[in-house]
Design a binder for this molecule. Structure first.
Ligand code: SF4
Length: 328
């Protein structure tokens, strides 16, 4: 675990609403500690995986999550567009994800989305647990095992054929929406032949939508490069059908934040590096005010930054835990 991503002393499992390019205003629920995943993707915006595992277990207590969600829903001026299981790693590693989805559905009519790498869908229990979600967003970046190893760097016991089988089985059993994400990294999985092979695998999975993405935030590895707009357009043409390029920005209006925004900014930066522009838009705060808030947080060590693609990205700093008031 990189020290900049240490969990806060009083963990907050609910964060946002954050602007999402796919989901509008998305209220996030984080079911695993930073950074617990079955993969270690070269492009991961959370950095390298510090807890690679295939072990499904509860990971976090249920009661505070539900309490935080109830409080958050009660204080928002308008309902979020989605409640999304995502955050610090792979949410289906949490063996109680089905119970959490059921609890969210009991509390609210806001639709539920699950952002997953799809690697555990070959387990019947995982496929069953996701049945009550409205949208499941799995990923598939490679059409053959060697590229899978290069890009996703999976847990050593995870086989590519199991991942593909899991995605296909889930499609057969799940009546909700599947929006498949394909992350393209220049020089790895973007050549024409490979994208054609991806298309044929995707046809077998039959997702409702295919979202093409590329590296837009600082990646775990500096050799994970983005595609140009032109290269993305070429890839989307090859994929055809229901494939589309994810827009660079979230179309939804900013979230209304009650009280000081520092805490909300830090909760977001724990899970996603953001530019000044991202943060300003996410919280509906003028850039000069957000810059002043970030300067103060940086001076306290709660926020750090790095430059990627000629843009400054802010992320959680080493002393973030000292600057988060107790979880609600
Ligand atoms: S991008 Fe997602 S699947 Fe890949 S390592 Fe990061 S959290 Fe895990």
């Amino acid at each position: 675990m990189s020290s900049s991503n240490q969990p806060a002393s009083s963990p907050s499992f609910v964060f946002g609403p954050v602007p999402s390019r796919r989901l509008g205003r998305s209220l996030g629920i984080d079911l695993v500690p930073m950074k617990t995943c079955t993969y270690n993707c070269i492009y991961c915006q959370l950095g390298r995986t510090t807890h690679p595992t295939l072990e499904r277990k509860p990971y976090i207590p249920e009661e505070p999550v539900i309490r935080q969600l109830e409080t958050k829903l009660a204080t928002l001026s308008s309902a979020p567009d989605f409640i999304t299981f995502s955050g610090s790693g792979e949410p289906t590693l949490n063996s109680r994800i089905g119970d959490f989805i059921a609890e969210v559905n009991r509390l609210t009519t806001v639709p539920v989305a699950v952002l997953t790498n799809g690697s555990l869908l070959h387990h019947e229990a995982v496929r069953e647990a996701l049945q009550a979600a409205d949208v499941v967003i799995p990923s598939l970046d490679a059409a053959h095992p060697s590229l899978f190893q290069l890009i996703n760097r999976p847990h050593h016991s995870l086989s590519f054929s199991h991942v593909l089988q899991g995605l296909k089985k889930f499609r057969n059993e799940y009546a909700g929406e599947i929006w498949l994400e394909v992350m393209l990294c220049r020089g790895f999985n973007d050549d024409e032949q490979h994208v054609e092979k991806l298309r044929s695998e995707i046809e077998k999975i039959a997702p409702n939508r295919v979202h093409l993405n590329t590296v837009v935030r600082p990646p775990a590895e500096e050799f994970a490069f983005p595609l140009t707009r032109e290269q993305m357009e070429k890839a989307v043409q090859i994929l055809g059908g229901n494939a589309e390029i994810l827009p660079p920005e979230c179309p939804s209006p900013a979230a209304k934040v009650h009280g000081p925004i520092d805490r909300e900014v830090l909760l977001l930066l724990q899970r996603r590096p953001c530019s000044l522009e991202d943060l300003s838009r996410a919280f509906g705060v003028p850039e000069k005010d957000m810059a002043a808030a970030l300067r103060k947080l940086r001076d306290k060590g709660a926020v750090a930054y790095n430059v990627y693609n000629r843009t400054v990205f802010y992320k959680a700093g080493q002393k973030i835990g000292n600057n988060l008031s107790p979880g609600r």
